[in-house]
Ligand binder design. Structure first.
Ligand code: VGL
Ligand code: ZN
Length: 202
């Protein structure tokens, strides 16, 4: 469809088995994602792209515990293991991902003090990545989402895409979830309430 873009979220080594923030089942979705890429005319990739010592890393805080929640100036923030550090092998796309067709790569999470799950808006909910303007300038009205992680970057991107006025669907079989304290169920519900189609097929 000419007005539809596929957005492939964060299929990077650190989110796959053996990576710093591995999501169970991540590598298995790569062939499914590749099938979606082959089927779409327009493909956008996103890349989590943190500077060393990023504020979302537990290691940046004395006594910081990975997967705990702390208060940031912009609200609650989960602390993560160091991951997707700019230029490292962990930040690179999974070697099996079919990246050639991508028309743009959006990087996020590069502001030292702000995390970014959504590919549209960072976690302060104010700092914009520019993806909204890019998609609208290109005339896209529908976005299809897949990638990692379902309950963080895919979900937040889907909800922000709805808020930006796009028709939005996710292909669940082309995603894998972190599922921290029920986050998968909670974010599926949030997406449903936002009007995201949850069951597109690959
Ligand atoms: C992600 C946690 C931290 C994601 C990125 O891509 O879902 N999750 N940074
Ligand atoms: Zn991150």
């Amino acid at each position: 469809m000419p007005n539809e873009a596929l957005i492939v979220i964060d299929v990077q080594n650190d989110f796959c088995e053996g990576g710093a923030l591995a999501v169970a089942g991540a590598a298995a979705v790569v062939p499914v994602v590749n099938r979606l890429i082959a089927k779409h005319d327009h493909v956008v990739l996103t890349q989590d792209w943190h500077p060393p010592g990023h504020a979302s890393f537990a290691s940046a805080w004395s006594g910081g515990v990975p997967f705990s929640t702390v208060q940031f100036p912009y609200g609650p923030q989960t602390l993560w293991p160091d991951h997707c550090v700019q230029g490292t092998p962990g930040a690179a796309f999974h070697p099996g991902l079919a990246t050639d067709k991508a028309e743009v790569v959006v990087r996020k999470g590069f502001h030292p003090g702000i995390d970014s799950y959504s590919a549209f808006r960072e976690n302060d909910r104010m700092t914009r990545t520019g993806l909204d303007g890019y998609l609208k300038a290109r005339g896209f009205t529908r976005v299809v989402l897949c990638g990692l992680a379902l309950d963080y970057c895919v979900a937040w991107t889907a909800i922000d895409a709805r808020q930006a006025g796009f028709d939005v669907g996710i292909v669940q079989e082309a995603t894998a979830a972190i599922d921290l304290e029920g986050s998968k169920k909670r974010m599926l519900n949030e997406m449903r309430l936002a009007g995201v189609k949850l069951n597109l097929t690959a």
